[in-house]
Design a protein around this ligand. Structure first.
Ligand code: F6R
Length: 242
């Protein structure tokens, strides 16, 4: 694992966006693995700025997002499909149909998970996988105790995850209990992984994932076994490292 500690969240998101732009210029037909959440908003802002400056083109790229809530239609304002359109896809030149997310409203979500796993594999797996980190150490929606060999499947979200994500939902509406998520095995097949964490709230999870034992209790810890994993942190997120 390569660990990079930068001064602040802005420097981290600029670096993450720069890594994605370099990947695209080295291989325009890259298969990108994308994430959602608060951390990624700043990364996508920087990526859009690079695109506007002519320094990042997605015209030949394909993308697969990590996860989606079960039961939310793509036009629901809290769906990840909607998030991605708003925060990234509507502002870049990715080809229509090249940006994939699991279908949250699929009639048979388990079959949808299988279809999605097959689609990732058929695309040749992910070249560069962008990851955020949950407070509980999750990557994608692979909550603690997820099998470290898991593939795309349905996952029940922990209460702590639903509480953390409830800030995005209108008052009175709770995040769904189930999500479709790429598995840890799916993520580990990516040729390169970039884990991004900022802010003090992530410090404990960061320390467990980087310095703790490899354990399904802290799912991100499996990245210690990845051949090309980079962790980008600001000082606050790195504050509990030894
Ligand atoms: C979302 C995802 C999650 C988030 C994680 C951190 O697609 O895969 O693993 O990356 O929950 O979320 P934030 O950045 O909101 O703290």
């Amino acid at each position: 694992m390569k660990i990079l500690i930068l001064d602040d969240a802005e420097a981290v998101s600029a670096r993450a966006a720069g890594e994605i732009a370099s990947q695209l210029s080295a291989k325009p037909a890259s298969v990108l693995g994308l994430a959602t959440g608060g951390t990624m908003e700043a990364v996508y802002e920087q990526l859009i700025a690079l695109h506007r400056d002519g320094r990042a083109s997605f015209a030949g790229a394909t993308s697969f997002n990590l996860d989606e809530y079960v039961g939310l239609a793509g036009d629901h304002p809290c769906s990840y499909r909607h998030y991605m359109a708003q925060k990234l896809f509507d502002h870049i030149d990715i080809a229509p149909g090249a940006a994939h997310l699991p279908l949250g409203e699929a009639e048979d979500p388990a079959a949808e998970a299988e279809r999605y796993e097959a689609a990732v594999a058929a695309a040749g797996d992910i070249d560069l996988q962008l990851l955020g980190l949950g407070l509980n150490g999750h990557i994608g929606f692979n909550e603690p105790t997820s099998s470290l060999a898991s593939i795309t499947r349905l996952k029940t979200l922990e209460r702590s995850t639903r509480e953390a994500n409830s800030r995005y939902f209108p008052e009175g509406e709770e995040p769904p209990r189930l999500a479709i998520t790429m598995g840890i095995g799916t993520i580990m097949r990516a040729r390169e992984v970039l884990l991004v964490a900022t802010g003090e709230a992530k410090a404990r999870a960061v320390a467990q994932v980087i310095e703790g034992p490899i354990s399904a209790r802290w799912p991100g810890s499996i990245l210690q076994m990845h051949r090309q994993a980079t962790v980008l942190l600001d000082r606050a997120a790195a504050s509990e490292l030894e």
